[in-house]
Design a protein around this ligand. Structure first.
Ligand code: BTN
Length: 325
């Protein structure tokens, strides 16, 4: 921790409260972080100002009894300890797009495992040049990986990420469906979108880096635009609660690194297939540049969508999206 950095001290104190089993002694916190007891007390006051409920008891110390969903980097780091990829988060209260920040850092040499999390985005990006509505109350994260993969595996990476989000939600008791190729749905409406972007090394024909951006709607947005109401929803509305962003992000990253490690063996495919809300549906896709209605019948090993046209011919779709009819 940087000396005299009140924000860093506050984050460390919050992490200590989150991990404590009961009360945390003010004197012990002061000693652990090399600051005065007054500095610890000031942190508690600031955390209360941010919406935390902290009880103070004589001779026992402080206890966190409730908190808003603050993204606490030191706490997140404890949750990803022991991971194969050295995940290292940076938290921003607001940015244009976490993908843009992560791509800039990756281009400047940021290592694999760099994670950018924001409380809100003013210019969230979606696939196919669309925008992604990203107000307060969601989880918006982008991560940098540097895998040695051929260009043809890019769709698999997005499918790994969708499968990882599915599994992390399943860990907290929520079963979401995966819509090809990059969306997760709950009760027929979207709760998550994924955007994978890359920078290619033309000589090696592999990516220099990949940035995977994941946006999950956790809480209702009181200002949700009318046009999005029929198609978007959030975890709290659908299930009554939402996990802490630190916990959900760490869960996603743990599942993601497992799926990425098994990407050549297609270990993501079982989850991706079994939880698909696309397979078995009639869809509108682009076939050789022409819009066409067909039945989605399965996934190829590279996560391409297999469709059967009315004339019985089968095709694998690897670009664009599939509109469920
Ligand atoms: C889509 O629905 O088409 C993809 C949406 C991806 C949204 C996430 S939020 C975090 C990251 N930053 C962005 O600007 N986009 C992704």
């Amino acid at each position: 921790m940087k000396q005299n950095d009140p924000a860093a001290l506050r984050e460390q104190v919050l992490a200590a409260l989150l991990m404590a089993d009961g009360y945390c002694s003010g004197a012990e916190l002061a000693e652990r972080f090399g600051v005065s007891r007054t500095a610890v007390w000031k942190c508690m006051e600031q955390l209360k100002g941010s919406g935390c409920t902290i009880e103070a008891a004589t001779n026992r110390g402080y206890r966190l009894t409730a908190m808003p969903d603050l993204f606490c980097v030191p706490y997140f780091q404890t949750l990803v300890q022991g991971c194969r990829i050295p995940w290292q988060a940076q938290h921003l209260t607001e940015t244009g797009s976490t993908n843009t920040v992560a791509k800039r850092l990756a281009a400047e040499g940021a290592p694999e495992g760099t994670v950018i999390v924001a409380d809100r985005q003013s210019g969230g990006k979606g696939r196919l040049g669309r925008s992604f509505h990203a107000p307060m109350g969601g989880l918006y994260l982008s991560l940098v990986i540097r895998p040695e993969l051929p260009l043809t595996d890019m769709m698999k990476v997005t499918a790994c990420a969708a499968s990882a989000v599915h599994c992390a939600l399943q860990d907290v008791g929520v079963t979401a469906q995966i819509k090809w190729v990059n969306d997760l749905f709950l009760n027929g409406r979207k709760i998550c979108g994924i955007l994978t972007e890359s920078s290619f090394n033309a000589e090696l024909m592999t990516p220099d880096y990949l940035v995977i951006g994941i946006g999950i709607n956790l809480h209702p947005d009181p200002h949700l635009p009318e046009a999005l109401k029929p198609i978007m929803t959030d975890l709290t509305t659908e299930t009554g609660s939402a996990p802490l962003r630190c916990v959900l992000s760490a869960g996603i990253l743990r599942h993601l690194e497992t799926f990425l490690a098994g990407i050549h063996a297609h270990t993501f495919l079982d989850v991706y297939r079994e939880n698909s809300c696309t397979i078995g549906k009639r869809v509108r896709v682009m076939l050789d540049g022409v819009p066409c209605e067909a039945l989605a019948v399965g996934y190829a090993e590279d996560a391409g969508l297999i469709v059967r046209c009315d004339d019985g011919s089968e095709h694998v779709i690897r670009t664009g999206s599939a509109e469920i009819l």
